[in-house]
Design a protein around this ligand. Sequence first.
Ligand SMILES: *Cc1c(COP(=O)(O)O)cnc(C)c1O
Length: 362
Amino acid sequence: MNRYKLLTPGPLTTTDAVKKQMLEDRCTWDDEYKSITQQIRKELVRIAGTTEDKYTAVLMQGSGSFVVESVLTSVVADEDMLLIIANGAYGERMAQMAKIIGLQHEVYNVPYNEYPTLQHVEELLKDQNFTHIAIVHCETTTGILNPIAEIGNIAKKYNATFIVDAMSSFGGVEMNIEELQIDYLISSANKCIQGVPGFGFVIANKEKLLDTKGTARSVSLDLYDQWRVIDVDGKWRFTSPTHVVAAFAEALKELAEEGGVKARTARYAANNAYIRQRLAKVNMHAYIDEAKQSPIISTFLFPNAEFNFQDFYENMKKTGFVLYPGKLTDVDTFRIGNIGDVSIEDLSVLCDAIDQYMGVNV
Ligand SMILES: *Cc1c(COP(=O)(O)O)cnc(C)c1O
């Protein structure tokens, strides 16, 4: 059914079975549909490595950013103080949201190819009364995978609520929300779970969430209210994206069939290593050090001054692959995502085409 494979970090290539779920129209208040929602919420908590007595999954309409904004507007109160750690566009987007909402906040800006300095984060917490820390796990801007376990330790030490945008990593990088001491983990339907776009979700520490009643400055994005309504029997507050939800349930089933997050992480890591090795041979080098690289998406430097990304992009599209432009202002880059229904066999076809494009005999 696919005309081409999307090598982008979402929307990504989904299976035919996932797409087929969307051929049926479903009723939002029917028990059958509501039970799909409840099963999804249960399964999300399970794959986060925890249990429903401690955490709860809240689904929210919209793209991933809507859900990040929902958390920021709903859990950080006027008297609270938020520290945002940013080493990419998605961290900076959180800062923009905090500003518009009017939250008391500070941004620790870090160069895009570096980790935040733990010592500096600790100093910031020592000096000021931060009640919340927010960071992006896999910064999709570059593909860097941030050290959230270490940041979580600092958050815990200073009694700060820990918010993680795990949009492009949840389901594709093994993680245990309790061990990582995350209070609010945010992700969306169209990333590593391999569903289609239309909603996102928050896996929230129930004790913390219970304390946030009345904090939201938005009706549609009120996380607490959304939780109270959806938790009754799986009926969403306001119209739910029924087709997307059904497709997501199928995607979760396929994740389990693949062997769970562990197996998916292994497939993604193999995909990622394969692309990086093959591209290095044609002088396309990764922007992020191997040690800091996520298994999700890689940023590559242009191989030479004559390289024309648009021409390269069109060529690869003819071969059956859609690549992703870079997002850096200071260096010329492009990106290749390796998540979704994509195998090493697919990637070898792409890499052969890249070899040919670069004038290497294959
Ligand atoms: C995809 C993504 C988002 C959300 O982007 P939307 O375009 O709103 O879906 C947020 N953070 C990260 C790290 C992402 O990869």
